[in-house]
Design a protein around this ligand. Structure first.
Ligand code: PMP
Length: 389
């Protein structure tokens, strides 16, 4: 019966992780996987999260079901962080999801429930899982070129002309900050132009914000999203706490929806809960409960703020170090978040793997903080050698 199944085209990033793990060279550098690493190459549990988990263990009285919306206090506490000046808008309602992936999936399924024939404009390259998630919702995808890897710049004209000719009701998928895989974020002027065209043409923005706080700061990283909320009546937000709380495996995220009226949003959220019920019934509690405790406990919250500040500083320090090493890498200093893309061919990437035990995606995407401090100079030397070769 199951012989009917063909081979899955495996996620090349997962294959890369397996390859790096199997490499016996002790000086290998794995900048393929997308997790934060500290100066010695570990992905630590944040102090504030560990303390919150301890409190949770001591104080939790029951593990009874929590309901379709998940932990409501958790989403309440996220509002000011994610929505900023829009936190008090009762036309925006949130729901706790299993990670950013769960939020994206819910958002696109809600769009498909409202309009099965909606088209989603996706700028490439994008996070590889975006495409299957949109397809799984049964929606049509139209790709446009967002970034020029060799010229190391956003193809902004192409983005604006794509949106400018899209019909009302088309959906645009936007990265809130720390673009994955390129690190190329829109600046304020570009956000304003995007917001103008999206709102004037009646397009529906779905904003994926998975790295808030790891670029410039919490408010700065959501500034584009807040401009969209100023101008648009209908916005879908897929948010993740997995990176900025370092709780990747605990699957902590949220989906927020804005429609033109509070009643309209309530009605739409009934559909969202119904869709979630079919997929996971209720979100996992533990990670969101730990995040809730951090945000609800002043000392833990300020410690978490400091820890996110440390992560951001490490990211931007290593960006600066790479940018200063060669004029061809200077663009990396003007990008944000954990990823950037090197202007390398697949052959050059393979050479880095074979000759230097440096593992990155075939596209040249690498995790800026994937390497320990002591490995940065070796990484830079090998990349410059590859660019020259
Ligand atoms: N969006 C983007 C752009 C991502 O990079 C990721 C994770 N790599 C996600 C969403 C999903 O995050 P989560 O692990 O919370 O599902």
């Amino acid at each position: 019966f199951f012989d009917a199944l063909g081979d899955v085209q495996s996620d090349s990033l997962l294959a890369l992780i397996a390859m790096a793990n199997a490499d016996p060279r002790t000086d290998k550098i794995d900048v393929g996987v997308g997790v934060y690493r500290d100066g010695v190459g570990n992905t630590p549990i944040l102090r504030a999260v560990k303390a919150a988990e301890k409190l949770l263990w001591e104080q939790q009285q029951t593990k009874s079901y929590i309901g379709g919306f998940g932990d409501k206090r958790y989403t309440e506490l996220l509002r000011p962080i994610v929505l900023g000046r829009h936190a008090g808008d009762d036309r925006i309602i949130g729901l706790h999801t299993p990670g950013g992936c769960g939020a994206l999936s819910l958002g696109f399924k809600l769009i498909a429930t409202a309009h099965a024939d909606a088209k989603v404009h996706v700028g490439t390259p994008t996070w590889p899982n975006h495409i299957p998630v949109v397809e799984a919702a049964g929606l049509n995808i139209s790709e446009y070129r967002f970034y020029d890897k060799l010229e190391t710049r956003i193809r902004f004209d192409e983005m604006i002309s794509t949106f400018g000719s899209a019909p009302k009701g088309d959906v645009v998928l936007l990265h809130g900050c720390c673009h994955n895989p390129t690190g190329a974020d829109l600046d304020e002027g570009q956000w304003r132009e995007v917001v103008d065209v999206v709102s004037s043409r009646g397009l529906i923005p779905l904003v994926d914000i998975a790295y808030q706080g790891l670029g410039r700061g919490f408010a700065e990283d959501a500034a584009g999203l807040h401009l969209l909320l100023d101008a648009c009546d209908e916005v879908v937000i897929a948010q993740s706490c997995d990176k900025n709380f370092g709780v990747y495996r605990d699957r902590v995220g949220s989906m927020f929806l804005k429609t033109a009226t509070a009643d309209g949003t309530k009605r739409a959220m009934d559909h969202v809960v119904q869709i979630a019920r079919e997929m996971w019934s209720m979100p996992p509690d533990h990670g969101a409960a730990a995040v809730r405790i951090v945000l609800d406990t002043p000392e833990l919250r300020s410690d978490w703020d400091a820890e996110v500040g440390e992560m951001r500083a490490r990211i931007n320090r290593i960006r600066g170090q790479i940018a200063a090493s060669d004029p061809r890498l200077a663009y990396i200093g003007g990008q944000f978040g954990m990823f950037s893309m090197l202007p390398l061919s697949k052959e050059q990437v393979v050479k880095l793997r074979e000759q230097h035990a440096i593992y990155m995606a075939d596209s040249g995407r690498f995790n800026v903080i994937g390497m320990a401090d002591h490995a940065v100079d070796r990484f830079i030397g090998a990349v410059i050698e590859a660019m020259n070769g």
